[in-house]
Design a protein around this ligand. Sequence first.
Ligand SMILES: NC(=O)c1ccc[n+]([C@@H]2O[C@H](COP(=O)([O-])OP(=O)(O)OC[C@H]3O[C@@H](n4cnc5c(N)ncnc54)[C@H](O)[C@@H]3O)[C@@H](O)[C@H]2O)c1
Length: 350
Amino acid sequence: MTQRVLVTGHLGYLGTVMVPILQAAGHQVSGLDVGYFDDCVLGPRPADPAGVTVDLRDVGPEHLRDIDAVIHLAALSNDPLGALVPEVTHDINHHASVRLARAAKEAGVKTFLYASTCSVYGAAGDGLVDEDAPLHPLTPYAVSKVRVEDDLTAMADTDFSPVFLRNATAFGFSPRLRADIVLNNLVGSAVLTGVVRVLSDGTPWRPLVHARDIAAAFARCLEMPSSAISCRAFNIGSEANNVTVAEIAQYAARAVPGSEVLITGETGADPRSYRVDFGRARTELGFEAAVSVAEGAVELSSAYQQYGLSAADFDAKFTRLARLAHLRDTGGLDEELRRVPVSPASRADA
Ligand SMILES: NC(=O)c1ccc[n+]([C@@H]2O[C@H](COP(=O)([O-])OP(=O)(O)OC[C@H]3O[C@@H](n4cnc5c(N)ncnc54)[C@H](O)[C@@H]3O)[C@@H](O)[C@H]2O)c1
């Protein structure tokens, strides 16, 4: 059934891949994003849906009118970003997400699909963790995701169904590329330098999932009856893509002929290590992630070469932390990462 879907963060890495998949499934999609990475595009510029440029911290029910379902992706999206500005991370990722959910509920939105993360499991050792495992979030980013899950659960009722998709770490090409997620990063290192450089000791487990598979999981949830998914958490990924960082490096090197792996170990052991069980999404949603890490590595390698990726862009434009720091240092964002309006005088000077 066609739904009117609002995607927050539609101008980010996952949103840019997800929107056309939702549109192809027949949904009417609109977006809401502050646009931190709007211009960070590799290759042809994507056809974005109609959207509003709004900071999540300023959202009200007026932004949620005539919407059936919200897919909430907008966030400061990784651990280093969270550590840079922990208070702002909590403001955006936690408080503003709850504000958005309240506004959505008030405006009569029925379904609220939240992009959570498998990093809520933190240090989980070698056993497989499922959705009922204890949560050990190790970073402000992961803590913010757990708090949103808790607060949204408390808001659920027969008319408002929050659902928590705990995504594995994404990989794969998106026109709004992210260079700071592990496979995308290591393939870039191989293409640009001929060396897949791993700074940790390579032993931590990481569950991976292709960006298109994440989009397919959200699309699947839109088809489910709310009674089957309300307040449920679903790990999104596949056991076949539970891999160690050293294995990911091997996949990256194999996708770029002539490149080699170098494990320096200079940052020592990484406590964030977890292997994830994806059985619940398989049995309850009928969802199966399809794209392997090897396929993703080849796709990235060809896109990087086809679109002439440069080392400068890889490190600055496509690295979320560097991009936000640049916007802040050049006056485009203030200390709280709010957009600074361009004054007519400074526009005339430019
Ligand atoms: N990419 C992954 O590996 C991964 C894994 C698990 C979960 N997730 C979650 O999926 C979501 C999307 O991730 P992504 O990789 O596309 O991240 P991204 O950084 O590429 O995109 C996030 C988007 O949110 C927007 N945004 C950030 N703060 C905002 C604010 N205050 N107001 C309005 N918009 C704001 C940004 O402008 C950006 O377009 C995030 O919630 C992330 O935590 C991502």
